[in-house]
Each structure stands twice: as structure tokens, then as C-alpha cells.
Design a binder for this molecule. Sequence first.
Ligand SMILES: [Zn+2]
Ligand SMILES: [Zn+2]
Length: 398
Amino acid sequence: MAPDMAPPVTAPPVTGEVPRETPREAPRDLAALHGTEQTRTYPCNSCGAELHFDIKLQKLACAHCGAVHDLSVDLTQSAVEQDLRTALEALQNGRLHGQRSISAEHKEIVCQNCGGRSTFSGSLTAERCPYCATPIQRDDVHNAPDRLAVDGVVPFQIDAKSATSVIDEWINSRRFAPTEFKTYNRTGSFSSVYTAYFTYDADTEATYTGRRGDDYTVTVGSGDDERTETRTNWFPVSGVVTNSFDDITVFANDGFDRARVAKLEPWPTQTAKSYSPEFVAGHLCRTYDNDVEQCMGEATTKMEAEIDQTIRRDIGGDHQDVDSRSIDWRKMTYKHLLLPIWLLTVIYQDKPFQVYINGVTGEVQGARPWSKVKIIAAAVIILVVIIVLIVLLKSRKS
Ligand SMILES: [Zn+2]
Ligand SMILES: [Zn+2]
């Protein structure tokens, strides 16, 4: 399918709240506690426990005995671009291009409440769904299905300790925030989640026809009525412009507040490492909800806007009309990237509220509810103070 025929991308509602269905019953047994769901993807050489990617050390570490293991991947190897047309054909034929996104050792959690899909390796450390804070149940855990391969990952740089202090500072600077935010450790979910992105590169050549308008002024009227007027000379133009696009980034997940996630940008996509499951060991990965074809519309819209700007600059003059435009899309490539987000989800009055931290820069963006109780309490205190002052003033006068 040609990119300019991409299906329209319907943007989810921009709101601080995440749609949520009625809460489920309390779990009977947590997946987190269920032994058979565990695998040993990266066993510790010293004690056999599961290793995780330690953000501070940027190495595999054992939480059980403290041993540290070097990554086996080449850290200088960056993510490789994939041919877009090959991937689109593979998707349309119902087969993916050879590889699996997540190795066979990975499990996928499908939240029955919000539908969010995450993968993890080894033992599951999260007890609640990171997107809606509903307890994860054993039935939610499945083998990870085939998906487009992950090409690159930008590893977390903000560790749990720093993320916690960022989130605490954010909460404490929110006046009238409900107490539920301060007790997120018990009732909410705070997780390190790799979210899914597609980035697009393209070289384009656009042929256009149109009109260029050059302004000139004339003096009209005479005597007191003499004045200058601006008029425009129009003449036909045509031409060819070329553009080169690098890493046009599209967020591939639903169930997030897209406007707020967009504010976490810019992402250092150029620093993405060639994907290895070692980088995501001990962290959750949100599986993409929209594939490389579904995300393409958003990317081509951004590119077409840029191409239009280039055409207008090429026409020059004071005014430009573009009558026709034909884009030849050349050398289109993409990368499926995992980008790191610390995600806090707090339930307040049956609605989940999410706060996001960019796992590289520490930039924080979040939704917050207002606590009616706290606002009313503050109003009552102010009212009482005013009444007391009035009474005092009156008693002085009398
Ligand atoms: Zn160990
Ligand atoms: Zn959920």
C-alpha cells in the first residue's frame, strides 16, 4: 500500500482520565505469586536467581545475592532500520518478517480490565496492571504471540530511587491532590514500562504545479482621495522538491493520554541500542496496540506538512497557491523502538489517573484529580477565620 493511501488514524480522546470499565472482583491468586509462571531467562551465575537490568549500573544484576553481570550485547551497536514496504507486505499477508519481537521466554499479560498488553521475562514483579492499577490475575498471563520484531531500545537512565523522588516531589507540589496519590505504594501502580514507538525515515520527491503571487502597490484616486493599494500579480509555476526525513516518531500504544505522552518528547531515538531482551529484563514492555501500518498515517501527515512548506518556499513570492502535488516516496524505512517511561497509575473515585516520567530525561507529565474534601476543608477554614475576625472587630468596637 502506498503511504499516501494510508488509512486515517483516529486519535483517542485527549483527556487526563483513562477510560475504565467497572472494577473487577479482588483476585483469588496473584500471578505474581504463582510459581509455574516463572522462567529463568537470565539466571544468576552465583545463586541461580533471576537477573534484572539494573538502571544505575546499566548491567544485569541479581537482587538476591548482589552479583553483577556484564551485558552480552554490543553496546556500540545501534538500532537498524527496516524496509517499510517489506513489513507492510508481510503484515498484509498475515506473516511477520521472520523474527519474533519478544523471545519465546517472554510472557504476555493481557489485563482483563483495560485490555493493556505487557510482556515480561522471568518472574513477574508487578502485582497490579500498570495502566489501570487492577490486580493482575493468573488468567491474565499467556505466552507472548508473534509480533513485529523490536529493532531498538533506549534503556532506562532514571532508576527507581530517582523516579520515586521525582514522583513524590510532583505529588507534594500538587495542592489539593487526593490522599490516594500519597498512598500510591499501597493502592496504585508505579512501574518501569517500555512503551512502543515506530519511527519512520523517508526520502521524497514531490512534483507540484501552482501559482506564485507577487505584491505591488499602485496609487489610486486624486486630491484628498489619493491612496495606495496593494495588488498581486499571479503567474503559473511548477517544480520538483526533495525532502529527507529521519526518525519521525509515532507512539504506538492506546490507553495512555497521548497529549501528555507527547510532552515527554524529545526522545533521543538516535541513541537507541540494537534490541536485546537483556535491556528489558525485570521491566515491563507495553506491546504495541497499533502496528507499523496503523501508525504510518500519523507519520506521513507530519511529512506531508513539511513537504508543503518546502513547496511554498520553492515557489517563493508573497503568496503561493498549490494546485497539484504528487509525492514519490522513496527509501521508506522504519524502526520499532521501545522507549522507557516510569508510569504511576492511581485510582481515584473509580477512575485511573496516570503520571508519566520520561525514563531518560526525568521530564514528568501527569493528570491529577482535585480532592473535593480538601478544597471544601480549606474553604471552611478560611470562612471560619473570616467569621472570627468579624466577631473580634465587632467586640472591639462595642
Ligand atoms: Zn545471585
Ligand atoms: Zn489494566
